[in-house]
Design a protein around this ligand. Structure first.
Ligand SMILES: Cc1ncc(COP(=O)(O)O)c(C=O)c1O
Length: 377
């Protein structure tokens, strides 16, 4: 294979936002409308997300983290309870369990896609287990059916997976609560924001109250619980609505980029993308490869540094949460999770955004080939 020798001239950001004139106009219009906080655009976003997912309720909130936190609080989780979750996630997934007073119990992931292993979840359930919290890593839905079959509420961290389908079904109402993120890098990016979708009327009612600390009684008000402030601003909802209009166009661009990566890494010994289950629709949020230092000639950290020197930005999704300082100090008896711990040292996410051009991705591929030729020869 011919290797191009020229390094990219400017730094390629890992996941730049794909913001166009539509989003800018929508923000201006919202500011001119006088609605800065939650208003008609947040409500429209909820209608659109319910339509997209097929769920009975969609509740817009301030972040994906808030979506998970309010779902757990709304389900009544608290001190003395345990929630089983995955170590291969952003720490927010575990932090929200801690914030309810419950204990996060980490079980290992599958080697193929690094999603939580349902057999290990089943083995970890005890009388204190009150929910499971799987993650749809990179956009690959977690294996939801066996988790739902356990009879415990499933709160799904679908921050990466807004457009995913699991065995032909849209995510959004398979789990008891499906938690979306509108963070700057996500497939529907508002900068910040999140949403909960659910078919559970009682949970939707709880979350509606918890997110805005309010229950109206005509012109008076009352509080039943010490609620939160986690509603979504209309300014952000306006951006999210534009992004929803582009969801198919953006998915098509990401699909093309993923194809280019798949073709490239097929030739690179020791660099393997995470498995994508052909029975599902993957949301293609991240392109994560694992770097086996034996076959690839160097470890993940060396590859990341070498790619940065080539002006290619990358990221790590994720370091195992149970190995991070807070969790080591507060949950010291956590058994080792060998698959997650090995993967934590091998995963590297390559640039992937609808804002990237085909040439950007070709630059990333060329750089990866050059680095690989240097390390693996
Ligand atoms: C897997 C995962 N869960 C949860 C979150 C938190 O979402 P947010 O940033 O909207 O709070 C993120 C990332 O941002 C994430 O990657």
């Amino acid at each position: 294979m011919q290797l191009s020798s020229s390094k990219r001239k400017t730094f390629l950001s890992f996941q730049p936002p794909a913001i166009g004139p539509e989003e800018i106009a929508a923000v201006t219009e919202t500011l001119e409308s006088g609605w800065l906080t939650t208003g008609p655009r947040a409500e429209e976003l909820e209608r659109r997300l319910a339509e997209l997912t097929g769920a009975r309720h969609a509740l817009a909130v301030a972040s994906g983290t808030a979506a998970m936190h309010l779902s757990l609080v709304g389900l009544g989780l608290g001190p003395g309870d345990e929630v089983i979750t995955t170590p291969i996630t952003w720490p927010a997934t575990a932090n929200v369990i801690v914030h309810t007073g419950a204990k996060p119990v980490f079980v290992d992931v599958r080697d193929s896609d690094l999603n939580i292993d349902p057999d290990l979840v089943a083995a970890a359930v005890n009388e204190k287990t009150k929910a499971t919290l799987p993650v749809d890593l990179a956009g690959q839905p977690a294996d939801l059916d066996p988790l739902v079959a356990l009879g415990l509420p499933v709160v799904e961290d679908a921050a990466h997976a807004v457009e995913a389908r699991y065995r032909g079904r849209r995510i959004g109402s398979i789990a008891r609560a499906t938690c979306l993120s509108l963070y700057a890098t996500k497939n529907v990016a508002a900068g910040e924001g999140g949403a909960i979708t659910t078919d559970d009327d009682a949970l939707a009612e709880e979350v509606r109250e918890l997110r805005l600390m309010r229950r109206s009684h005509g012109s008076l008000y009352d509080v039943r619980t010490a609620g939160f402030k986690a509603n979504l601003s209309d300014v952000l909802a306006a951006i999210a609505l534009c992004q929803l209009d582009k969801i198919d166009a953006h998915a098509e661009i990401r699909r093309r980029h993923v194809e280019a990566y798949d073709a490239a890494v097929a030739d690179l010994a020791g660099i393997t993308p995470l498995a994508r289950d052909p029975r599902d629709r993957h949301a293609l949020h991240l392109y994560i490869v694992r770097i086996d230092p034996e076959d690839a000639g160097a470890d993940r950290d060396a590859y990341q540094r070498a790619l940065a020197e080539e002006n290619i930005g990358t990221s790590i999704h994720f370091l195992p949460v149970h190995t991070l300082t807070y969790y080591r100090e507060h949950f010291p008896n956590q058994p080792s999770l060998p698959v997650a711990e090995r993967a934590g040292g091998e995963v590297l996410s390559l640039p992937l955004s609808p804002a990237h051009s085909d040439e950007d991705i070709a630059d990333a591929v060329d750089a990866l080939r050059r680095v690989h030729a240097r390390f693996a020869s």
